[in-house]
Design a protein around this ligand. Sequence first.
Ligand code: G3P
Ligand code: MG
Length: 346
Amino acid sequence: FPQFFRNLNVQAKRPPLGFAFDIDGVLMGGPNPLPRARNALHILNGNNPFKAKIPYILLTNGGGYTEKERAEKLSSTLDVEISPSQIVQAHTILKDYVNEYTHKAVLCLGGTGDTMRKIAESYGFHKSYTTADVLAWNSSVWPFTHLPESDIVSARKVDFSRTPISAIFVFHDPRNWGADVQIMCDIIQSGGIIGNHYVDEKTRQNNPIQVIFCNPDLIWQSDFPRPRLGQGAFRESFQAVYKMLTGSYYPYVQFGKPTQATYDYARRTLRNLFDKAYGPGELPNMYMIGDNPESDIAGANAAHWYSVLVHTGVYDVTLGIPPTHLPTKEALDVEEGVRWAIEREA
Ligand code: G3P
Ligand code: MG
């Protein structure tokens, strides 16, 4: 359990608030920390009127790492100790699905090579496969891609003509949209066996291939001056192609901010942090600090948390705030947001 809480004087009074921080556009601009992000987190480490460590989580629609790897990267970059138990990424919630798929084959999309498999296996999905595994099995599945040698070496040697896929989990943002859309359509249209004859609509409905997207973001803020297309844009690309092929959209499950499932998962994570630090008790007032009205502010408002919209990410001040996602407070950056929340609760 993180040093952050081990040093706690458990007699310390439970602070009256907790935080959830978005990462991209709030704490990080691409690979670099945003100005004052470090200050904001150091305030929570005890340099505040409560003289207590204020528990917080990082709640991101990003991913592509195990929670342990992400915590290590962020701790080093932000110069503050962050524990894996404080990290809720887009795909963290899939841990709740492991029992259902322990012995079933799942396709894990996002990132490159075997990255998603390592994450899926760390969650307990023991039959997880990637796009690279499919292309290493038969490169003519998508003749426009030539796998790098490293992906061929790390690929699972699997015969997908004899390996029915039961579910497709889009863990993280796909890199090769063409190949991923093609393979998704193959799996769904052929009832799980890539390359088989297409099954009819009734068979598809009776034996559906579950499709889960973990991040609905149409756009997100990296270190480029304008927002970039996110996993939500990939989802729409897949659905547009699938509809052209079959005449209908494919039913799917959506996780990630602003979905209730993800905020419920975040609330449980925060509750665990507070209870381990201060003993059992109710979760205090929660403050979500984000840069995207569609995901961070919408989800926090729906979860009855206070929401702080910062000007360091997706939100464009010149365009104004969408009236459907008005935050509790606007702030120039994450430190201003933290100071406002603490002063409000002191
Ligand atoms: O892929 C990451 C992006 O969609 C958003 O990340 O941290 O702003 O929720 P974040
Ligand atoms: Mg963001």
